[in-house]
Design a protein around this ligand. Structure first.
Ligand SMILES: [Zn+2]
Length: 158
């Protein structure tokens, strides 16, 4: 895993107002349970890795792009410092953008359910991750000549 951003991400995620984080600050929450699966307390680790929705999204995202970075992407890497000896600058950049888009999509999905009672399909979440990450890559690397179709296939030289 890219060495630069893991601790940053862990910090961001740990500060999100999940139900368990709110409760630990003395704020009353309607329920401690994860609003998505309603089965386990909504900790950041559950919401972003253990929850069936997160786990499925990560595995699809992993098949989509991380197959080029490592044989299998383990979502626990998000919350741990796991050094990746084969890391390069561009690889770190793509991995970071895709992780960012996936974390953002999971948090937005959770908020849409909590505040708008809107439940997104897995297909919607996947399209969101791909389009967000594409926009962010394009914003950071304007001269990088990869189109939407190539991005969706994640088939290019890094
Ligand atoms: Zn859940």
């Amino acid at each position: 895993m890219a060495k630069v951003n893991i601790s940053f991400w862990r910090t961001v995620i740990e500060r999100l107002p999940t139900r368990t984080n709110l409760a630990s600050r003395g704020i009353t929450v309607p329920s401690m349970l994860c609003p998505i699966c309603q089965e386990l307390p909504e900790t950041e680790s559950h919401l972003f890795t253990g929850c069936p929705t997160a786990s499925l999204l990560w595995s699809i995202v992993g098949q989509w792009c991380f197959k080029q970075c490592r044989p299998f992407f383990d979502v626990k890497d998000l919350l741990l410092d796991v050094p990746d000896r084969s890391s390069t600058k561009s690889k770190e950049f793509f991995v970071d953008v895709v992780i960012r888009a996936t974390v953002w999509t999971l948090w937005k999905n959770r908020n849409q359910l909590v505040f708008q009672e809107r439940r997104n399909s897995m297909q919607t979440l996947i399209v969101e991750v791909k389009s967000l990450s594409f926009l962010w890559v394009k914003a950071r690397a304007r001269h990088w000549d990869v189109g939407w179709d190539e991005w969706c296939r994640f088939n290019f030289v890094m």
